[in-house]
Design a protein around this ligand. Sequence first.
Ligand SMILES: N[C@@H](CCC(=O)N[C@@H](CS(=O)(=O)O)C(=O)NCC(=O)O)C(=O)O
Length: 221
Amino acid sequence: SSKPVLHYFNARGRMECIRWLLAAAGVEFEEKFIESPEDLEKLRKDGKLMFEQVPMVEIDGMTLVQTRAILNYIATKYDLSGKDMKERALIDMYAEGVADLSEMMGQLIVTPPDQKEAKISLIKDRAKNRYLPAFEKVLKSHGQDYLVGNRLSRVDIHLLELLLYVEEIDSSLLAPFPLLQALKSRLSSLPNVKKFLQPGSQRKPPTDEKALEEARKAFKF
Ligand SMILES: N[C@@H](CCC(=O)N[C@@H](CS(=O)(=O)O)C(=O)NCC(=O)O)C(=O)O
């Protein structure tokens, strides 16, 4: 089928931002879930995983791995990476900031219980005092509806995804940031995003111990 095919386990992990970007671009995609070590081994043996790892996306005749490379390809293809070099530089800069906080949050699920509390308070501190203020300031600086170039780009989608994760941890964290709250509701009502936010879409729930167990089984970590 001409639809992209996403290979990953049935959870958020590193693939969720790719699901978000495709959905926001209005691109239908298929998913092949890795549910056992054999599933992963087969992909490896078939030479589909350049670094023996997933996420892997089959798109336009290519077998892409490396999350950022996949995101870059999708963003460029669907005109979500700015109109020129300077917009692209801002988009990349902001997207890396989103990725840094997302990475901290993504590690929570594999943080030993005795370190979880400390990790959560560090994440809340970074969100409240470093990352969210930085994005609020960008919106305040230009008064536009999107972070870059006054039109939708990949970083709006990445930030929306992050804001939802921040709220999952502590819904009061967005309270000091009215422009981020407004961005969140504007983006959430874009038709493609609204659809992805509905129950029954390919958006994944928070990773619970069960999903982690599944991944551990398949990845033997
Ligand atoms: N830099 C890679 C890292 C990918 C990665 O570490 N994948 C893990 C799975 S997960 O961390 O995304 O859940 C993997 O395949 N691990 C198996 C292995 O490295 O042998 C990316 O961004 O895609």
